[in-house]
Design a protein around this ligand. Structure first.
Ligand SMILES: [Zn+2]
Length: 368
């Protein structure tokens, strides 16, 4: 992305992510935050240049972001950067999409990394930090009565409680907080319908923070929200969401007797240990935008395996977009958990990625 619409799209992502963090996308009012006002002014100018009727207010701009996608002529983001159908605001949830968070230079991921680094400093011994990290990953939502359950650690809670906040009003409808039955993160029904046990089933008219969860799964209704605390959003999205994949991957490494050690400061990054391994660096990532994921590995100087959910790895569009964005990054191979050990042990597969990218396989579902 170098100019015009594509740059605007990325900067708009930063503003949308900031607005959602500070005020929620439903509670904007005049005067708008300065960054939002500046973005609105720039959008008006940009639209004028294209002969398109501009958004006249921040609510209107955010409404646009639900439907005007990256590939629209307004933004004209190259498909090699962002999948064309991607929007910055989720049409059902009216929340920043994961694309928005992955694009945002405000860095939700950076925020997650900083929070974890601070926690590591405070925890001291690695084992205590790992217990705290695991607690955060497994408990994106905490209820007051959880503290009386068996297994509750007061020591861990004393280290992590500041990373939780009461849920914002935007996530509570009719006094109820919904949790996705798959990813465990907050969810909503379309048009802010009040959920009940019949309607709270994932589908086209629902949104969850994980965004790619399957349809037809019942959600959890949390009725007594007064005693509920939510893990801070950057940690929900960049720690809790990928945690199940990370556990699966680490179990596979253990099963294959491949040693692993977390890379300091790298979310999901591991150094591998084992005799004769051609790959010694692994990254576990759950990203909806393959090209943005690939960008992170442009400058690697050693072979790297990137483990993503099986459905992403199995998508020809996702694989092709990842390979294209690497442009010659034959040291990086993308895989799901099922092919992981083979890819780590067999250095030859590193060259297969290069060949696939060269064929220029076309996009199918892309975001999977
Ligand atoms: Zn979900």
């Amino acid at each position: 992305m170098t100019s015009g619409g594509p740059v605007l799209f990325r900067e708009l992502a930063t503003v949308v992510a900031l607005l959602a963090e500070e005020t929620g996308l439903r509670s904007y009012q005049l005067p708008y935050p300065a960054a939002a006002q500046r973005m609105l002014d720039r959008m008006v100018l940009h639209c004028a240049g294209l002969g398109v009727a501009p958004p006249m207010s921040l609510p209107e701009l955010l409404e646009w972001c639900r439907s005007v996608s990256a590939g629209d002529r307004l933004f004209n983001v190259p498909p090699a950067s962002v999948l064309p159908e991607s929007t910055l605001v989720h049409p059902v949830g009216l929340m920043p999409t994961r694309t928005c968070l992955e694009l945002s230079s405000a860095g939700a991921e950076e925020a997650a990394g900083t929070l974890l680094a601070e926690l590591a400093d405070r925890c001291g011994p690695s084992e205590r930090f790992q217990r705290c990290r695991q607690f955060l990953a497994l408990n994106p939502v905490v209820h007051q009565h959880d503290r009386h359950k068996g297994g509750w650690s007061r020591e861990v809670w004393s280290q992590v409680s500041h990373l939780y906040q009461p849920p914002p009003d935007s996530l509570i409808v009719g006094g109820t907080l919904l949790r996705c039955g798959t990813c465990g993160l907050p969810a909503l029904l379309s048009d802010r319908r009040t959920p009940d046990s019949l309607s709270a089933v994932s589908g086209p008219a629902t949104w969850c923070e994980g965004e790619t969860c399957p349809d037809g799964v019942s959600m959890e209704l949390v009725r007594n929200t007064a005693g509920v605390l939510l893990l801070r959003k950057p940690l929900r999205v960049f720690l809790a969401l990928p945690f199940r994949l990370e556990q699966k991957v680490l179990a596979a490494l253990d099963g294959a007797a491949i040693g692993h050690q977390a890379l300091p400061g790298a979310l999901g990054g591991y150094r591998l240990r084992g005799d004769g391994l051609p790959v010694r660096r692994l990254h576990v990532q759950v990203r909806v935008q393959p090209a943005l994921l690939a960008e992170r590995f442009w400058s690697v100087t050693e072979p790297v395996v990137v483990a993503v959910p099986e459905e992403f790895a199995g998508s020809a569009g996702y694989q092709a977009a990842f390979a294209r964005a690497l442009s010659g990054g034959e040291r990086v191979v993308l895989t799901g958990p099922s092919g992981l050990i083979h890819r780590i042990r067999d250095g030859r597969v590193l060259n297969e990625t290069r060949t696939m990218g060269g064929r220029g396989a076309h996009s199918d579902t892309g975001s999977a």
